[in-house]
Write a protein that binds this ligand. Structure first.
Ligand SMILES: Cc1cc2nc3c(=O)[nH]c(=O)nc-3n(C[C@H](O)[C@H](O)[C@H](O)COP(=O)(O)O)c2cc1C
Length: 192
Protein backbone atom coordinates (compact mmCIF):
# COMPACT_ATOMS: atom_id res chain seq x y z
CA UNK A 1 0.00 0.00 0.00
CA UNK A 2 3.01 2.28 -0.08
CA UNK A 3 2.48 5.64 -1.68
CA UNK A 4 -1.34 5.53 -1.64
CA UNK A 5 -2.94 8.82 -0.64
CA UNK A 6 -5.94 8.36 1.64
CA UNK A 7 -8.43 10.97 2.74
CA UNK A 8 -9.15 10.32 6.41
CA UNK A 9 -11.07 13.27 7.76
CA UNK A 10 -10.93 12.33 11.46
CA UNK A 11 -7.14 12.20 11.52
CA UNK A 12 -4.72 15.13 11.45
CA UNK A 13 -3.12 15.78 8.06
CA UNK A 14 -6.29 14.74 6.24
CA UNK A 15 -6.00 15.06 2.53
CA UNK A 16 -2.23 14.54 2.65
CA UNK A 17 -0.15 11.50 1.87
CA UNK A 18 -0.47 9.73 5.21
CA UNK A 19 2.01 7.02 4.36
CA UNK A 20 4.70 9.61 3.87
CA UNK A 21 3.82 11.91 6.78
CA UNK A 22 2.49 9.72 9.60
CA UNK A 23 2.69 6.24 11.02
CA UNK A 24 -0.87 5.60 9.96
CA UNK A 25 -1.46 2.31 8.22
CA UNK A 26 -4.56 0.63 6.91
CA UNK A 27 -6.12 -1.68 9.51
CA UNK A 28 -5.63 -5.37 8.87
CA UNK A 29 -8.80 -7.35 8.36
CA UNK A 30 -10.16 -8.28 11.80
CA UNK A 31 -9.07 -11.83 12.63
CA UNK A 32 -11.98 -13.95 13.80
CA UNK A 33 -10.40 -14.59 17.19
CA UNK A 34 -10.53 -10.87 18.03
CA UNK A 35 -14.26 -10.61 17.47
CA UNK A 36 -16.41 -10.56 20.58
CA UNK A 37 -16.86 -13.88 22.32
CA UNK A 38 -18.06 -14.54 25.86
CA UNK A 39 -14.40 -14.93 26.90
CA UNK A 40 -12.96 -11.83 25.22
CA UNK A 41 -13.73 -9.41 28.06
CA UNK A 42 -12.37 -11.88 30.61
CA UNK A 43 -9.20 -12.48 28.60
CA UNK A 44 -8.48 -8.79 28.20
CA UNK A 45 -9.09 -8.00 31.87
CA UNK A 46 -6.76 -10.80 32.95
CA UNK A 47 -4.07 -8.43 31.68
CA UNK A 48 -5.44 -5.48 33.65
CA UNK A 49 -3.55 -5.47 36.95
CA UNK A 50 -5.92 -4.26 39.63
CA UNK A 51 -5.78 -3.41 43.31
CA UNK A 52 -7.82 -5.69 45.54
CA UNK A 53 -10.60 -4.40 47.78
CA UNK A 54 -13.22 -5.89 50.07
CA UNK A 55 -16.68 -4.33 50.07
CA UNK A 56 -18.79 -4.75 53.22
CA UNK A 57 -22.26 -3.85 54.44
CA UNK A 58 -24.47 -4.57 57.42
CA UNK A 59 -27.24 -6.94 56.42
CA UNK A 60 -30.36 -7.89 58.35
CA UNK A 61 -28.87 -11.31 59.05
CA UNK A 62 -25.40 -10.01 59.85
CA UNK A 63 -22.40 -8.57 58.04
CA UNK A 64 -21.82 -9.28 54.33
CA UNK A 65 -18.76 -8.67 52.20
CA UNK A 66 -16.98 -9.71 49.04
CA UNK A 67 -13.62 -9.30 47.35
CA UNK A 68 -13.76 -6.76 44.52
CA UNK A 69 -11.42 -5.41 41.87
CA UNK A 70 -14.10 -3.11 40.44
CA UNK A 71 -13.55 -0.37 43.04
CA UNK A 72 -13.05 3.01 41.36
CA UNK A 73 -12.59 6.58 42.50
CA UNK A 74 -15.28 8.51 40.61
CA UNK A 75 -15.40 12.14 41.74
CA UNK A 76 -13.53 14.44 44.14
CA UNK A 77 -16.29 17.04 44.61
CA UNK A 78 -18.39 15.47 45.99
CA UNK A 79 -16.18 12.50 46.91
CA UNK A 80 -17.75 9.54 45.11
CA UNK A 81 -16.61 5.96 44.62
CA UNK A 82 -18.13 3.08 42.69
CA UNK A 83 -17.94 -0.69 42.54
CA UNK A 84 -19.76 -3.41 40.67
CA UNK A 85 -21.63 -6.17 42.46
CA UNK A 86 -23.17 -9.27 40.90
CA UNK A 87 -26.92 -9.52 41.47
CA UNK A 88 -26.51 -13.27 41.89
CA UNK A 89 -24.03 -12.94 44.74
CA UNK A 90 -24.91 -13.71 48.35
CA UNK A 91 -23.96 -10.12 49.25
CA UNK A 92 -26.37 -8.47 46.83
CA UNK A 93 -29.60 -8.52 48.92
CA UNK A 94 -27.82 -6.70 51.77
CA UNK A 95 -26.02 -4.28 49.41
CA UNK A 96 -29.35 -3.62 47.66
CA UNK A 97 -30.90 -2.55 50.96
CA UNK A 98 -27.91 -0.85 52.61
CA UNK A 99 -27.74 2.89 53.33
CA UNK A 100 -23.96 2.66 53.75
CA UNK A 101 -21.14 0.43 52.53
CA UNK A 102 -17.51 -0.03 53.51
CA UNK A 103 -14.60 -0.41 51.10
CA UNK A 104 -11.18 -1.66 52.18
CA UNK A 105 -7.88 -1.57 50.30
CA UNK A 106 -6.06 -4.81 51.03
CA UNK A 107 -2.32 -5.15 51.62
CA UNK A 108 -0.06 -7.85 50.22
CA UNK A 109 -0.19 -9.53 53.65
CA UNK A 110 -3.95 -10.09 53.19
CA UNK A 111 -4.06 -12.60 50.34
CA UNK A 112 -5.86 -15.15 52.56
CA UNK A 113 -8.45 -12.55 53.53
CA UNK A 114 -9.00 -11.76 49.83
CA UNK A 115 -9.47 -15.46 49.08
CA UNK A 116 -11.88 -15.88 52.01
CA UNK A 117 -14.06 -12.99 50.84
CA UNK A 118 -14.20 -14.48 47.33
CA UNK A 119 -14.98 -18.06 48.46
CA UNK A 120 -18.59 -19.24 48.44
CA UNK A 121 -20.22 -20.85 51.43
CA UNK A 122 -17.72 -19.89 54.13
CA UNK A 123 -18.21 -17.68 57.18
CA UNK A 124 -16.24 -14.69 55.92
CA UNK A 125 -16.51 -12.78 59.22
CA UNK A 126 -15.64 -15.70 61.50
CA UNK A 127 -12.10 -16.27 62.84
CA UNK A 128 -9.45 -15.53 61.70
CA UNK A 129 -11.13 -12.47 60.10
CA UNK A 130 -10.63 -9.51 62.45
CA UNK A 131 -13.23 -6.76 62.16
CA UNK A 132 -15.29 -4.32 64.18
CA UNK A 133 -18.46 -2.33 63.78
CA UNK A 134 -17.45 1.02 62.29
CA UNK A 135 -19.20 4.26 61.38
CA UNK A 136 -22.89 3.92 60.42
CA UNK A 137 -22.78 0.31 61.65
CA UNK A 138 -20.67 -0.78 58.68
CA UNK A 139 -18.29 -3.71 59.27
CA UNK A 140 -14.69 -2.42 59.13
CA UNK A 141 -11.86 -4.93 58.60
CA UNK A 142 -8.65 -4.73 60.65
CA UNK A 143 -5.17 -4.44 59.19
CA UNK A 144 -6.08 -2.93 55.82
CA UNK A 145 -4.09 -0.23 54.01
CA UNK A 146 -7.07 2.12 54.00
CA UNK A 147 -10.85 2.07 54.33
CA UNK A 148 -13.79 4.28 53.53
CA UNK A 149 -17.45 4.25 54.50
CA UNK A 150 -19.79 5.68 51.89
CA UNK A 151 -23.48 6.59 51.76
CA UNK A 152 -25.10 4.81 48.83
CA UNK A 153 -26.45 7.35 46.32
CA UNK A 154 -27.23 5.10 43.32
CA UNK A 155 -27.42 1.48 42.20
CA UNK A 156 -27.16 1.53 38.41
CA UNK A 157 -28.27 -1.59 36.45
CA UNK A 158 -25.40 -2.98 34.36
CA UNK A 159 -26.05 -6.42 32.87
CA UNK A 160 -25.86 -9.06 35.59
CA UNK A 161 -24.28 -6.52 37.97
CA UNK A 162 -25.22 -3.24 39.60
CA UNK A 163 -22.80 -0.32 39.73
CA UNK A 164 -23.06 1.09 43.23
CA UNK A 165 -22.18 4.76 43.69
CA UNK A 166 -21.44 5.95 47.22
CA UNK A 167 -20.51 9.32 48.70
CA UNK A 168 -17.61 9.05 51.13
CA UNK A 169 -18.53 10.00 54.70
CA UNK A 170 -15.78 8.45 56.86
CA UNK A 171 -12.42 6.80 56.36
CA UNK A 172 -8.87 6.11 57.40
CA UNK A 173 -6.00 6.21 54.88
CA UNK A 174 -3.23 5.48 57.38
CA UNK A 175 -2.75 1.70 57.34
CA UNK A 176 0.72 0.47 56.54
CA UNK A 177 2.05 -1.97 53.96
CA UNK A 178 2.11 -2.49 50.23
CA UNK A 179 -0.93 -3.20 48.07
CA UNK A 180 -2.28 -6.59 47.06
CA UNK A 181 -2.80 -6.92 43.29
CA UNK A 182 -4.78 -9.28 41.08
CA UNK A 183 -3.33 -10.10 37.66
CA UNK A 184 -3.57 -13.06 35.27
CA UNK A 185 -6.02 -14.78 37.60
CA UNK A 186 -3.68 -14.67 40.63
CA UNK A 187 -3.06 -12.52 43.66
CA UNK A 188 0.32 -10.82 43.25
CA UNK A 189 2.63 -8.23 44.80
CA UNK A 190 4.26 -5.16 43.33
CA UNK A 191 7.55 -6.15 41.72
CA UNK A 192 9.64 -3.13 42.68
C1 LIG B 1 -9.93 -10.91 42.47
C2 LIG B 1 -11.44 -10.95 42.53
C3 LIG B 1 -12.15 -9.81 42.23
C4 LIG B 1 -13.56 -9.82 42.28
N1 LIG B 1 -14.22 -8.66 42.00
C5 LIG B 1 -15.58 -8.66 42.09
C6 LIG B 1 -16.29 -7.47 41.86
O1 LIG B 1 -15.72 -6.40 41.58
N2 LIG B 1 -17.65 -7.51 41.96
C7 LIG B 1 -18.33 -8.67 42.28
O2 LIG B 1 -19.55 -8.64 42.36
N3 LIG B 1 -17.65 -9.81 42.53
C8 LIG B 1 -16.31 -9.83 42.45
N4 LIG B 1 -15.62 -10.98 42.71
C9 LIG B 1 -16.38 -12.16 43.15
C10 LIG B 1 -16.74 -12.05 44.65
O3 LIG B 1 -15.59 -11.88 45.44
C11 LIG B 1 -17.45 -13.32 45.15
O4 LIG B 1 -16.73 -14.45 44.79
C12 LIG B 1 -18.84 -13.38 44.57
O5 LIG B 1 -19.57 -12.31 45.08
C13 LIG B 1 -19.57 -14.69 44.89
O6 LIG B 1 -19.82 -14.70 46.26
P1 LIG B 1 -20.99 -15.58 46.90
O7 LIG B 1 -20.55 -17.00 46.84
O8 LIG B 1 -21.09 -15.05 48.29
O9 LIG B 1 -22.24 -15.33 46.10
C14 LIG B 1 -14.24 -11.00 42.64
C15 LIG B 1 -13.50 -12.15 42.96
C16 LIG B 1 -12.11 -12.12 42.91
C17 LIG B 1 -11.33 -13.36 43.26
Amino acid sequence: MTGVTRSVSHLPHHGTNLTARTNYRQPDPMPADLLATPDLLRSVFRRHAAGVAVVTARGEAGPVGFTATSLTSVSAEPPLLSFGVGTGSSSWPAIAAADHVGVHILGEHQQELAATFARSGVDRFGPPTAWREGPEGVPVLDGVLAWLVGRVVARVPAGDHRIVLAEVVHGDPTGTGRPLLYHQGRFQRLGD
